[in-house]
Design a protein around this ligand. Structure first.
Ligand SMILES: Cc1cc2nc3c(=O)[nH]c(=O)nc-3n(C[C@H](O)[C@H](O)[C@H](O)COP(=O)(O)OP(=O)(O)OC[C@H]3O[C@@H](n4cnc5c(N)ncnc54)[C@H](O)[C@@H]3O)c2cc1C
Length: 237
């Protein structure tokens, strides 16, 4: 049984020239030129200028032409459940119906708040071991994995492949990179942000929670702290 917290977030695919396709789409709206000519005439400088312009104008629909695919491993079902609430992204998730947990037991996440207290960690892990034992007992009684899984806790680790366009990704970053988001989805989102910054730096230049560019909309619930990509822990949802 593995209790190691080892989240992996990898950008495994993205559309060719994400910033160029966004700039080309923006230019198309305001130009009489043929589509191919538009693309050829776009210099690196004009791509940056166009993207900054559409972001300022709020012409966000052109951002939907840039897509990104992430492989995410070692997150809990708590976090995958929060992630799949984002309806405009596309998901594939490892099935608990078709993938039985092996004899080594299920891998799981221990929240940091629990991990820092040895006594509580032991209680938590003992409960996990009990659930794991019951899961395998159910299988031994020929209960299908799809029904045995009802005993699994939300701490169980899962794997997801997610494809999302830049507009929705900016929305996810606004909500989930925020200090008000739960620590695990915040950590995952910041890793996603760092990955796309490398391939589309202008689009994601000001990505993150709303307090980066204006007042915090959280009112009384505001964390009141300056935001930084280097600090990954959040508060509970
Ligand atoms: C800190 C925090 C706490 C939360 N707590 C809870 C909670 O206690 N309970 C709970 O149930 N959820 C909770 N959520 C989840 C939240 O309610 C949303 O389901 C989740 O954040 C997905 O965001 P979304 O609906 O804005 O966007 P997405 O599904 O990512 O969609 C993006 C945008 O598209 C538009 N859109 C998408 N679908 C529609 C539609 N059908 N009609 C109109 N416009 C649409 C909206 O403008 C939307 O903002 C919480 C989220 C956060 C960040």
């Amino acid at each position: 049984m593995s209790e190691v917290n080892s989240m992996k977030v990898k950008l495994i695919n993205y559309c060719k020239d994400p910033e160029k396709i966004v700039a080309q789409s923006a230019r198309l709206c305001y130009s009489a030129l043929d589509i191919e000519d538009l693309r050829e005439r776009l210099s690196d400088e004009s791509i940056i200028k166009l993207i900054k312009k559409i972001m300022k104008l709020g012409h966000y629909s052109v951002l939907e032409h840039a897509t990104f695919t992430f492989a995410i491993e070692g997150i809990s079902r708590v976090t995958s459940h929060q992630l799949v609430r984002h309806r405009l992204a596309s998901f594939s998730q490892q099935s608990q119906r078709y993938v039985k947990i092996n004899e080594q037991g299920f891998p799981y996440i221990v929240p940091k708040s629990i991990e820092k207290n040895k006594k509580i960690t032991k209680i938590f892990i003992d409960a996990i071991k009990d659930l794991d034992r019951i899961y395998h007992l159910l299988l031994s009684y020929n209960i299908e994995a799809e029904d045995a899984r009802y005993i699994l806790p939300q701490a169980v680790k899962t794997k997801v492949i997610l494809t999302v366009n830049a507009r929705e990704l900016l929305h996810i970053f606004r909500l989930r990179c925020c200090n008000r988001a739960q620590w695990e989805i915040k950590e995952m989102s910041i890793k996603m942000l760092k990955a796309v910054e490398d391939v589309a730096p202008t689009i994601f230049e000001n990505a993150g929670p709303p307090c980066i560019s204006g007042p915090c909309p959280e009112g009384e619930l505001s964390c009141g702290k300056p935001w930084t990509k280097d600090k990954e822990e959040g508060v509970n949802e």
